[in-house]
Design a protein around this ligand. Structure first.
Ligand SMILES: C[S@@+](CC[C@H](N)C(=O)[O-])C[C@H]1O[C@@H](n2cnc3c(N)ncnc32)[C@H](O)[C@@H]1O
Length: 336
């Protein structure tokens, strides 16, 4: 039960493309489960791709990790300037296959959703301040600006440090520990294989291309978060979440609570790396917060799925299931 926008695969499968089944089956799954109620146009598109021999042949020439619907549709949008439909996609594959493949090989799925900060915030309540935030898989660092955004939890309003930054609206369910104020953050850093720069027009455009059509306020939220990131650039270091974790964590100031966190990231690495990451973060003097699809976090007993078709598990230190969360941060259901 996983969000399709960023990572349709959970457990042992790699995000976006389950190598155990055919490309057509992956697109059918995307159409049948992950777009439902979110982006019907992309559901129709994915179903059409699954039945199109020419597009499937085009995809089969790409590395497995590059065959995902999100990447194909974002690359098409990048070339066309607008979300594609099946007709425009067929024309692209017939007439501009090399260009399309080049974008897919050069780019990756890096959807950066600021609203996930609204589901992270309750897990920070009660931690000794100031906080040092270290996010792995940070993309453009929009989810590092936790204290810059304002929040609205069904009328429980929290003003952020940047009044121009978006207000993140999140529906709390269950005994969510809502803070009375935002925590003090004295240091922050991200790690990403490919950091994106909010001030770079190409990177900002790619983040727009990764959004799905018809998803309400996501586009406006992304623009607002990008502007906030231009005002307060979050430092995102180029590196790997295992190989570079200790090095970057060592820069956190003493007398802070180090919080290592991630959302929609571990599904993009194989199970060995997930385990290596769990071991590495476990060796740090840090609180570890994971917001991922069920089954992605190794060594976790928190593998429960949720009646919602689509939810993440918010897990502390690899074993405490705190909450089920909307993959895009619009609700949080506290369980602990
Ligand atoms: C879907 S994005 C999620 C971004 C952000 N965490 C959020 O919730 O909005 C996944 C990010 O993980 C990064 N990533 C994937 N594998 C990684 C690795 N081994 N080390 C560091 N970053 C990685 C990707 O480059 C991408 O930017």
């Amino acid at each position: 039960m996983v969000s399709g926008r960023d990572l349709p695969a959970a457990g042992g499968a790699m995000a976006g493309h389950d190598p155990a089944v055919s490309t057509a089956a992956n697109y059918r799954r995307f159409a049948g489960r992950e777009t439902v109620g979110r982006a019907p146009a992309y559901g129709v598109l994915a179903a059409a791709v699954a039945a199109d021999e020419q597009i499937l042949a085009f995809l089969s020439a790409l590395p497995v990790a590059k065959r995902q619907p999100n990447l194909l549709f974002a690359a098409a949008r990048h070339l066309l300037g607008t979300p594609t439909d099946i007709h425009a996609l067929r024309d692209l594959v017939r007439g501009r296959a090399d260009e399309l493949a080049a974008v897919m090989r050069a780019r990756r799925t890096q959807t950066n959703e600021a609203a996930r900060c609204a589901t992270l915030l309750p897990a920070l309540v009660g931690l000794p301040e100031p906080l040092a935030l270290l996010e792995v898989g940070a993309a453009a660092g929009l989810t590092l600006l936790v204290d810059r955004y304002s929040y609205d939890y069904a009328g429980h309003y929290l003003p952020g440090a940047d009044p121009q930054a978006p207000t993140l609206t999140c529906q709390p369910q269950g005994p969510v520990p809502l803070p009375e104020r935002l925590p003090t953050v004295s240091w922050r850093a991200g790690i990403d294989l490919n950091p994106l720069d909010a001030a770079d027009p190409d990177d900002a455009r790619w983040l727009e291309c990764l959004l799905w059509p018809g998803e309400g306020d996501r586009e406006a939220r992304l623009q607002g978060a990008l502007e906030a990131a231009r005002r307060h650039p979050p430092p995102v270091h180029r590196g790997d979440l295992v190989d570079d974790l200790v090095r970057v964590a060592a820069s956190a100031p003493p007398d802070t609570t180090l919080v290592v966190y991630h959302s929609a990231v571990l599904a993009y690495v194989d199970t060995d790396k997930r385990r290596a990451f769990a071991a590495a973060v476990g060796d740090l003097d840090a609180v570890w917060l994971s917001n991922e699809a069920p089954g992605v976090v190794p060594l976790s007993t928190a593998t429960a799925t949720y009646p919602h078709a689509d939810s993440f598990n918010l897990i502390r230190n690899g074993c405490d299931l705190l909450a089920f969360t909307d993959p895009h941060g619009t609700w949080i259901d506290w369980v602990s």
